[in-house]
Design a protein around this ligand. Structure first.
Ligand code: HEC
Ligand code: HEC
Ligand code: HEC
Length: 144
C-alpha cells in the first residue's frame, strides 16, 4: 500500500515540492547530457516499461542499438562519490537507489548489469599518478 501511495505521489509530481525544500522525499541527482524529449514526469512513470521493452528487443531479437539502454542510463545518471569517481549501486547515492530506497522498490538488474559507467569512459577522468618510488628517486637525486 505504501508503495502504491508513493508511486502515485511520483506520478502527480507532489514529491517534487518537498524534494526542492530538501527535507522530505528523495532528492534526485542531476544528470548530464540531453534531457529526455518525453519529459521527466514521463520518465518517472515509465522508465521500467521502456527498459524491459528494450531488453526484450536486445535479448530476443539481437538488436543492440536500443534507445533505453541500461548502460546509457548509468552513464548520464552517474553520481560521483567522495573520490570523484562514479558510485556503484552499493552506494545509497546511486541515481537508481535514491527513489527506489524511498519507495521500497527492489530491482535485480545490477546482478548482471554494470551500475556505473564502464572503465573506458571513467578512466578519462582519472589523472595518471606517477609511481611514488619514481618520485622519491627523483627527489633524492635532485637534492644530492
Ligand atoms: C543522454 C543522457 C541521458 C540518458 C542516456 C538517460 N538520461 Fe535520464 N535524464 C537525463 C537528463 C538530462 C534528465 C533531466 C533531469 C536532470 O537534469 O537531471 C533526465 C531525467 C530522468 C528522470 C527524471 C528525473 C527527475 O528529476 O524527475 C528519470 C526517471 C530518468 N531520467 C531515468 C532514466 C533511465 C531509466 C535511463 C535509461 C533507460 C535514462 N534516464 C537515460 C539524461 C539522460
Ligand atoms: C524518479 C524516481 C526514480 C528513479 C530515479 C528511478 N526509479 Fe525505477 N522506479 C521508481 C518507482 C516509484 C518505481 C515503482 C513503480 C511502481 O511500483 O509502480 C520504480 C520501479 C522500477 C522498476 C520495476 C520494479 C518492479 O518490481 O516492478 C525497474 C526495473 C526500475 N524502476 C529500474 C530503474 C533503474 C534501472 C533506474 C536507474 C537507471 C531507476 N529505476 C531510477 C522510481 C524511480
Ligand atoms: C540474468 C542477468 C540479467 C539480469 C538480472 C538483467 N539483465 Fe538486462 N541484459 C542481460 C543480457 C545478457 C543482455 C544482453 C546484452 C547484450 O547482448 O548486449 C541484457 C540486455 C539488456 C538491455 C538492452 C541492452 C542495453 O544496452 O541496456 C536492457 C535495456 C536491459 N537488459 C535491462 C534490464 C533491466 C531493466 C533489468 C532489471 C529489471 C535487467 N536488464 C536485468 C542480462 C540481464
Amino acid at each position: 500500500m505504501r508503495r502504491l501511495v508513493v508511486a502515485l505521489l511520483f506520478v502527480t509530481g507532489l514529491l517534487a515540492l518537498p524534494a526542492m525544500a530538501g527535507d522530505l522525499g528523495p532528492v534526485i541527482p542531476k544528470a548530464t547530457g540531453v534531457a529526455h524529449i518525453e519529459g521527466n514526469l514521463f520518465m518517472r512513470i515509465n522508465h521500467m516499461k521502456l527498459m524491459v521493452h528494450d531488453r526484450d528487443m536486445t535479448v530476443h531479437e539481437g538488436d543492440r542499438q536500443v534507445k533505453y539502454s541500461l548502460k546509457a542510463c548509468v552513464e548520464c545518471h552517474a553520481v560521483n562519490g567522495h573520490d570523484a569517481q562514479p558510485v556503484a549501486v552499493t552506494s545509497e547515492k546511486h541515481f537508481c537507489r535514491v527513489c527506489h530506497d524511498y519507495a521500497a522498490v527492489k530491482i535485480d538488474c545490477f546482478e548482471c548489469h554494470n551500475s556505473k559507467p564502464q572503465i573506458s569512459s571513467s578512466a578519462l577522468l582519472k589523472p595518471e599518478m606517477p609511481d611514488s618510488t619514481e618520485i622519491a628517486a627523483y627527489l633524492k637525486e635532485a637534492t644530492q
